[in-house]
Every structure is written in C-alpha cells, then in structure tokens.
Design a protein around this ligand. Sequence first.
Ligand code: SF4
Length: 360
Amino acid sequence: MIDMTDATIEKWRFKAGPQAVRSLLAWFDREKRDLPWRQSKEPYRIWLSEIMLQQTQVATVIPYFAAFLARWPTMRDLAQAEDEQVLKAWEGLGYYSRARNLLAAARICCSRHGCQVPAVEKERLSLPGIGEYTAAAIGAIAFGQPAAAVDGNIVRVFARLTATAWNPADLAQRRVVRRLAESILPADRPGDYNEALMDLGATVCLPRQPRCEVCPLKTYCRAFATGSTGDYPGKPPKKDRPTEAWTVLALVWSGKVHVRQRPDQGLLAGLYEFDWLESASEDALSRAGLTAASAHIVPLGRQTHDFTHKRWIMDGFLIDCRQDPQRVEGRWVDAAELAALPFPTALAAFRQKVLELLKI
Ligand code: SF4
C-alpha cells in the first residue's frame, strides 16, 4: 500500500486537482442522476433530502421524499405537524431520531429564522440533526457556498485519487479530506461539484468494485495508476457488534393488542412496540409465568435486526391471554390502530404476523 505524505497530496492537488475538477463537472453534465430533490435548489427541499439520505439508499428515499413534500410542502407546514404524524410518515426509513430532529429543527427555524433554513453554516450546525456533512451540503447546493460535504463515500474517492489510507470513520481524517476537497472547489459551481462527487462515489467509485474504466477521473487517480484501488480507503479496526437477545410479546386480550410507546430519548425514541422480556427463548416465557395454562401461545418466529452499534435477536410470541393481564402502562389497540401506529422496522415483521392472526 502506498501512503502519501502531505507533500505528495499537495503535489496531486497542484498537478491534477484543477483538471480533475473540469473532467468531473463535464461528466456530471452528461451523466448526473435525475433525482427529485435536484429539480429545485429550495433550501427546505435540499435539507429534507439530505436528512433522508443520511445512512439510507437513494432508491429508498425517493418515495418518502415525494410523500413528505406532498404532505408538508413548506417548513411552516412541517413545523405545525404532530410528532406522531411525522414518525408515521418516516416509518420504514429507519434511524427515527432523524424524524424527531427534523421536526424539532423545523420548529426552531420557524421561531428564530422566519421558517427558513439558515443561510449561515454556524446557525445550521446548531439545529438538531445537522452535522458537518449536512450543513456543508445544504450550504453548497442551496446557497452556493464554497463548502465540501465529506462523508465516507467522498473520503473513499479522495483516498483513491491520492492513494492515501484515510479511514472514512475517522472524523479528523474526514476534515483533512474536506480541506483538500474545498481547496479545489470551483467557485462558480459549488453545488454541482458536491453533487458530482456524490454521484461518482455512488455510481462509479464503488466500495468493492470501482468502475475505473468509465471513471472521468482515472487519468488523475493514483490508486488506478498503481493498480491498488482495493487498498483504499484505509480499513477501521474490526469490532464485534454486541448482540442483545429479546423475547417480544404481543399480548392479546379481547381482540386487542397491547402496545407501549418508547421513551422520548434514546434508541427508536417515541415509536410504539410490543412488550418485551430480556433474553430470547421460550424459557423466558415460563420464567415470566406465561404457560399454556394462562394463555394460548403462538410462536411468531425469530427476527434479527442490525443497528450500527448493536444487533438484536428477537423471538416473538403472540400471547392470547385467558384473563385480563392487567397492564398499567401502554394501551390496548385494535388491528386498524396497530397498523397505523409508528413502529420500528425491527418489529415490522412481528407486527405483520400479529395483524394476519388478528384478521382470522
Ligand atoms: Fe475511483 Fe477508479 Fe475513478 Fe480512481 S479511477 S476515482 S479508483 S473509480
């Protein structure tokens, strides 16, 4: 693996940078992806798309973006929405804190910034859910500011161009890449430059098999020249994702299902869920006093869900109670309400099975 020094990165910047940008923009003009949020530079739309695109594939975002805009076409409309409506509309996109932050940020923008996305980067950064990448992307695309939005994809592109083992997960290294990206940013087309890099990272400079033969930057790419694209970017040290085991209990009584709302803060905040027992196994049921004598128990199978920082393994059971289980917290809902409540993706398969069983 070649690891360039600061001096060689500088050399790449001086010798290749400006031509690479020209080639990149010419390619973008020919090949840019036709995406719904590119039909307008309106800051609210750009902000909404950037939040939805965090950790989420473009194809997944497209229908949500359209549905969101149809329902809340302006920042003012969104700021007036109910929390639960927004969480429901977000269902299936994952990372629900984004929806809560989006709503909180819309309300702040309406109280402090005249229902506009702030044009000043520092003010954008003070809004919930807006980090360096998103603030820079909105700045460049919506306001034409000379900012470079650098995420893992962009680190990969620059790591290969300069043959530097930058690690995309390292925030300090991302800032180095941001400085490099901004040092060659074309003053007249900052938004296009950012979108061109995003497109290149998403469609050509792919993580495993970069399509170098069609890449507009191959003449300027040091990893391509040395046949070492697989060495870049640098790999973070491997960590095992901790696993948590749970038993999910869909309690049914008199044709209704028991659900609880998760706390306002933390993982899957504000979403609804079934009851839980720690550890995933039928033993957990008998330890909790749930036996064939007290309830009719229907296994719902095992589901695994990966978050970025942990894995849940869940065994689900529908517990058709023979007597009122006297739940103090939460509420009992019928099938229609269950289908309408915002539920985490992790529990979607269990909810579907419960709905199918309730219909019978
Ligand atoms: Fe990525 Fe290959 Fe293009 Fe280099 S030539 S930037 S490795 S796609």
